[in-house]
Ligand binder design. Sequence first.
Ligand code: FAD
Length: 275
Amino acid sequence: MPGSRAPPRTASHLVNPIVVVGASAAGTSAVEELVSLGHQGHIVLLGAEPHRPYSRPALSKRFLSGEVLAVSLAELPAGVEFRPGTTASAVDVGRRTVTVRDTEGRVESLDYAGLVVATGCHPRRILQPAFGALTVRTIDDATALGEALRPGIHVIVVGAGFLGLELATAAVRHGATVIVIDREPPLRRVLGPEISALISRRLAAAGAAFILEPAGISTDQDPTAGLRLPSGRCLHADVLIEAVGDHPATTWLRGCGIPFAYRRKCPVRCLGTHL
Ligand SMILES: Cc1cc2nc3c(=O)[nH]c(=O)nc-3n(C[C@H](O)[C@H](O)[C@H](O)COP(=O)(O)OP(=O)(O)OC[C@H]3O[C@@H](n4cnc5c(N)ncnc54)[C@H](O)[C@@H]3O)c2cc1C
């Protein structure tokens, strides 16, 4: 990063671990790459979730459709210290420390020789928590949704992106009556009008209804009255699902001095200066 300087390297650089924050695809890939490149030092992998790393894409597919009971979990290279249920809450780039908190609320400061930020995304939420809408980002989310889906129930999916459509399909397969709502026809912006029309026909053939609401769902509404659409309709659901995108899980880095640039720019060099 032009103008940015790496903190001075000291003897601690030789003994402190490389700390990888985020134990999913990017974090485990970073660990595997470090090991395959011959890194001899200690590696600590921090994961906010209480589970070993697992494949997220399978959650909305084979896991929810019941084809697999558990999502295969990645094996970590020998010697890697994996700390599940450990959330990084702050980083001090100058001192090369990362503050972590475990599920018991214990706070600890870890010295690092190198830091890999691989904290991915959190689901974006547009509805108030009182709606009790479900989303699927983690294996616990997928388990909760799988347990909620029953034949005959009414399911509303807000968001007709890849995830929303996969979750709608899973709900249909569980015998639910499904409505999908979006401000655009399914995946039209991503895949174009022809494929979008094909997806709409497939959705209808599968028994799911699609409601186009170009103005989008209002974020400010009374949950007790059901889900109010801009067109004036009010819908009620046994299970409400939000699948409206995600946002970077980087609030814990706020103010630490690492420059971030989203959309087509990745702070790769910035990370490089801290390794
Ligand atoms: C249900 C579902 C289905 C998907 N299907 C597909 C698909 O078919 N094809 C495809 O290409 N992509 C798919 N994706 C997207 C794909 O899973 C993501 O692109 C991928 O998971 C990104 O990996 P990541 O490691 O960058 O981040 P993430 O998977 O978001 O992992 C980040 C990890 O960091 C942890 N974390 C966050 N903050 C902290 C913190 N402060 N301290 C410690 N740990 C923290 C989180 O708990 C999480 O485990 C799907 C995603 C979902 C949710």
